[in-house]
Design a protein around this ligand. Structure first.
Ligand code: C2E
Ligand code: CA
Ligand code: CA
Ligand code: CA
Length: 278
């Protein structure tokens, strides 16, 4: 057993500590932001690489803190995870996404949405019923909703998460493995998950034009995903060169600054009308 540390010994690195304290301070503000509508959703297009038509949009949470300015989603998602607000965060983003989904459909422009889930949400037994309730409330077909779950997070508790993945799949929503390649899972592992889509992490996509190792990874992921009948999405597409390479390798869908940054809904709607004009 570990020896007891003398009283007062510092266990944490000061930089970590100040980050923890900052996050603690943000916890109360986040609670308020989630209830007041201060937390917003931006939408980033997912585009067909073959013919450039719009496949759907990814919902990305945005928080403009009144005092600190923009807080990165990575930071406030971590705050939500550590302070029991994850469920509420997911609910707020999913609700906003479905509300817009309903509006686009009513305007004669149906659009699919993708929402990010923390792996931890898959351990929440209420989640599937809640998703079902929201789909009914907004009258959005389940097939128009994709949940993106980050590969490294998904791996950790896969045994406990699997039942939720199956229940979501049975509900008819689509499931996507996000940031693929950054975790430790082997490619063959993909076959064992009840998922429809794989998103290749932007770090490989951005490197593929200059780094033969990254290119090899992207090629392998695209090849195997197609063998397994999975849709492949490349995230972080920033240049035409990358796009051409992806097209050559047979990647179906791209997302990234080359097409569009994540946009607030008004700007997305402008982007949409510009796309459909002759
Ligand atoms: P992610 O799901 O991998 O989202 C993609 C991130 O890459 C987004 O950062 C997006 O703005 C950025 N991005 C998109 N295209 C490009 C590009 O061409 N180049 C570069 N360099 N970056 C690009 P963002 O919005 O800061 O989100 C970061 C992460 O925060 C997300 O990574 C996701 O894991 C998490 N996140 C965001 N919203 C939510 C949410 O509602 N719920 C949960 N659980 N996590 C969320
Ligand atoms: Ca994502
Ligand atoms: Ca990603
Ligand atoms: Ca990423």
């Amino acid at each position: 057993a570990a020896k007891a540390l003398p009283y007062g010994v510092q266990l944490f690195h000061p930089a970590l500590e100040s980050r923890a304290v900052r996050r603690l301070g943000l916890a109360a503000d986040l609670r308020r932001a989630l209830d007041s509508g201060e937390l917003e959703v931006h939408f980033q297009p997912k585009v067909s690489i073959q013919d450039r038509h719009l496949i759907g949009v990814e919902c990305l949470a945005r928080w403009q803190h009144p005092a600190h300015g923009e807080v990165s989603p990575e930071d406030f998602v971590a705050v939500a995870e550590h302070t029991g607000q994850l469920h509420r965060l997911t609910e707020v983003i999913l609700t906003a996404g479905l509300r817009h989904c309903r509006e686009w459909a009513d305007a004669g422009r149906p659009l699919s949405i993708a929402v990010n889930l923390s792996a931890r949400t898959l351990l929440d037994t209420r989640f599937v019923d809640q998703v079902n309730g929201l789909l009914l409330r907004y009258q959005v077909p389940a097939s128009q909703v994709t949940f993106e779950i980050s590969e490294p997070g998904m791996l950790g508790e896969i045994e406990r998460a699997l039942p939720t993945l199956y229940r979501l799949r049975d509900l008819g929503v689509r499931l996507s493995v996000d940031d693929f390649g950054t975790g430790a899972s082997s490619l063959s592992y993909l076959r064992q998950l009840p998922v429809h889509e794989v998103k290749i992490d932007d770090s490989f996509v951005q490197g593929m034009a200059t780094d033969s190792g990254d290119l090899a990874i992207v090629r392998a992921v695209i090849g195997l995903s197609r063998e397994f009948g999975l849709t492949v999405v490349a995230e972080g597409v920033e240049s035409e060169l990358t796009l051409d390479l992806l097209a050559e390798l047979g990647c179906e869908i791209g997302q990234g600054y080359f097409f569009s940054r994540p946009l607030p809904v008004e700007r997305l709607n402008m982007w949409l009308s510009a796309q459909t004009e002759p």
